[in-house]
Unconditional design. Structure first.
Length: 364
């Protein structure tokens, strides 16, 4: 038997417990019965060792059956990732697995989960001039006059041509501003386009016709009556009889408001002099104001003389004796130094000097 290989022996499919098997026990050949072999393939029944259907179900069995043959507990992360996908994991929620680098349509992040830094502005949030890069000349209202600021000539086509009016000479002349003037005597009667005949007895009527005027005034009398056309009758009719209604013309008639030079002796019934009065401490005689002057200053008043004029005379009444300024030839050779209270002085001129005298003093 020892010369036959084990592989050449016949197989026994149902051995009994008393049958023997050859074993190698540490290098020594020994035998053992099948009944004495250790049982490592124990079949348990429900109830053995507390095993129940709750502990081991058909589903558990199915899971064990599905374990890959030769599976080990030391699989790498790469091996696990190769057989497991995110979407197949338990507790998977679709919104937890979204690629936000692509447009998700109506699916958007909740407003509470981000800070919105992409503000949308409207035109009313800004003014044009506050924007960066704006220069003054880029923001001009050309519908109003901008004074000395104008559009550059290279930025528009000038269609507003200014024409210079040519000058003309001859019967009609013109200047640079275009104004035209018809020269004097440039147009004569022969140049007029009118009907009729121009003559000394015709005139050019408004309808451009030369016509003879019609005399419709047949009243040749001063008063419209039948009296003759005489000067005396006319003056009578008009109430202008000379010597009765009006004064006859006389070149020597004196006028009240004109300076007169009388060449004959005049007899005057009375003369009223014009008086000028001053209360100042100084006073200048002005003969245009009159011929009688009264100075009423309470103390000494200085009187300045006018320019000497031939034939002129005037009188000064002083409340107290006055002092004098100007060239005066006094009666007695010196200005009066005495006097009290109201004093009267008289002056007359020959054209070169004033002659003066104290007419009286102490009037009270």
């Amino acid at each position: 038997m020892s010369s036959v290989k084990v592989s050449a022996l016949s197989a026994k499919t149902s051995p009994s417990g008393s049958e023997e098997l050859l074993i190698n026990d540490g290098g020594t050949s020994k035998k053992i019965t099948i009944a004495n072999l250790p049982d490592t393939n124990t079949t348990y029944s429900v109830g053995d060792g507390g095993l129940t259907q709750v502990n081991f179900t058909t589903a558990d069995n199915s899971k064990l059956d599905a374990i890959e043959a030769g599976a080990t507990a030391d699989q790498t992360a790469g091996e696990i990732e190769a057989i497991v996908t995110h979407d197949n994991l338990l507790g998977f929620v679709a919104n937890e697995h979204i690629d936000w680098t692509t447009d998700q349509g109506t699916t958007n992040l909740h407003a509470g989960n981000y800070t919105d830094t992409n503000t949308t502005y409207t035109s009313s949030d800004f003014t044009h001039n506050s924007l960066s890069g704006v220069t003054a000349n880029e923001h001009i209202d050309w519908t109003t006059d901008q004074g000395a600021t104008n559009v550059h000539s290279g930025n528009y086509t000038d269609t507003d041509t200014v024409y210079t009016h040519p000058n003309h000479s001859g019967d009609v002349v013109s200047s640079g501003d275009g104004a035209m003037t018809i020269q004097v005597d440039a147009v004569d009667i022969a140049m007029l386009s009118a009907t009729g005949t121009a003559s000394a007895t015709t005139f050019l009527r408004g309808d451009n016709t030369w016509v003879v005027p019609t005399d419709t005034n047949t009243d040749t009398k001063w008063d419209g009556g039948t009296t003759g056309l005489t000067a005396a009758t006319g003056r009578t009719s008009l109430g202008l009889v000379i010597g009765t209604d009006v004064q006859a013309y006389d070149a020597d008639t004196a006028k009240l408001d004109v300076a007169q030079s009388f060449t004959a002796t005049q007899t005057l019934k009375g003369i009223t002099e014009t008086e000028a009065t001053s209360s100042a401490s100084t006073y200048t005689i002005d003969l245009a104001l009159g011929t009688l002057f009264e100075v009423t200053h309470a103390s000494l008043c200085t009187v300045t003389m006018p320019t000497a004029a031939a034939g002129k005379a005037f009188t000064v009444i002083a409340t107290v004796p006055a002092a004098w300024s100007g060239t005066i030839l006094w009666s007695g050779g010196a200005a009066p130094t005495t006097g009290s209270a109201k004093t009267i002085y008289s002056f007359v001129s020959n054209g070169s000097s004033w002659y003066g005298m104290q007419a009286g003093t102490g009037f009270a």
